[in-house]
Design a protein around this ligand. Sequence first.
Ligand code: SF4
Length: 426
Amino acid sequence: MNKNDSERIESILQSMGLKSTEKMESADVILLNTCSVRETAENRIFGYAETFLRLKEEKPHLVVGITGCMPGRDAKQAMKSRLHGVDLYFPTKDMVMLPQWLSELNPNLRPIDLHEDYLSVKPAHSNRFQAFVTIQTGCNHFCTYCVVPSARGLERNRSLKDILDEAKSLASSGCKEITLLGQIVNHWSASDPENFSVNNPYKENDFAKLLWEINQIDDIERIHFTAAHPLYMDDEVIDALTLPKQVNYIHLPVQSGSSDVLKRMNRRHNREFYLETIKKIRNKKPDIAIGTDIIVGFSGETEKDFEDTLSLYRACDFDISYNAQYSVRPGTPAAKAFKDDVTKQEKKRRWDALQELMEDVTARKNKVYDGGKLEIFVDQWNKEYCMGNSREMKLCRFKGDRSLVGTIQTVKITSPSTWILEGDVV
Ligand code: SF4
């Protein structure tokens, strides 16, 4: 989502007559789009502060701005006081003010008029063939470890018309793969349901209806979404996974395999509900690849809780997991209510054990593709090799020409390993 916001910021800056540059030293405007999800991400921003001061000494007209989640959750500007040399400090939603602020700070920059809603700013997509489409921002769930509700505010959904207009415009300019983005993407609802097609087969769930509408757009060949919440994987959304253009993958964060921990996390689902949801998904689409997010070492997580996470991992037979060691985020409900009582060493030990399990499971699962054919969306080329993801979101590599970038190729897998499947184009 931050990448997609950066694409919007880039488009605003381009409209003002600015061009991108590879080196900070040659920039007239530097904007950092920040992430607050972990402590290390914020620490990196503080690390930049000295560089900004040095650059501003050399170039007094340089404008430095910080946006994204860090200013979003720093209402009292406590963190800003540690960031000397910063001219602009604003949450994502205020990016529409950028033209006015920048032209006040540097009169050489052309002011432009923008709509009030930042989501209506057209992103400058860096890749012609693949694009993110934000359908929702913010979240009402208040998982106790999470900064998103304070950084991005409460859930706000884009209208169906806006989303379809953007998707159609992307398709007409050559985009083939769309990734729908939202904090709880499957909780999206339409403010303009009258714009759904009369023959849309789904009746209850707006997100399932949206997937069907995007499936009808000619030239879009693949549709992906992230991140879904288990609570809203109802029968219609599960059925929509079988629509022809959907990738054969779903990312469904679980965070822990222990119902006690899930309760303290305020995830609003327990272990049994999650397992049941995975079962329903696999009943509908047996060969689907499934990914998840897991936090180890959350407040009060016992050895037994962690064992529950390992056993849930085995039961779900995930294809991939993004594993994190819990770090307290100031201002979150967990920071106020619970003690961070799992030691750093223990978090690391649990993370290592989970990572090892993931690598074993992934290596075993990837062997299934040996000798089989996968459809690869080629998005990179490097020294004779094409790379891209299969519909299962498995990274694949094969020898091929640079001209294949942006196309979908059928590849016979000859050498599957944990992180990459190698093969030959058919
Ligand atoms: S669902 Fe929970 S983890 Fe996800 S964005 Fe909302 S509060 Fe954060």
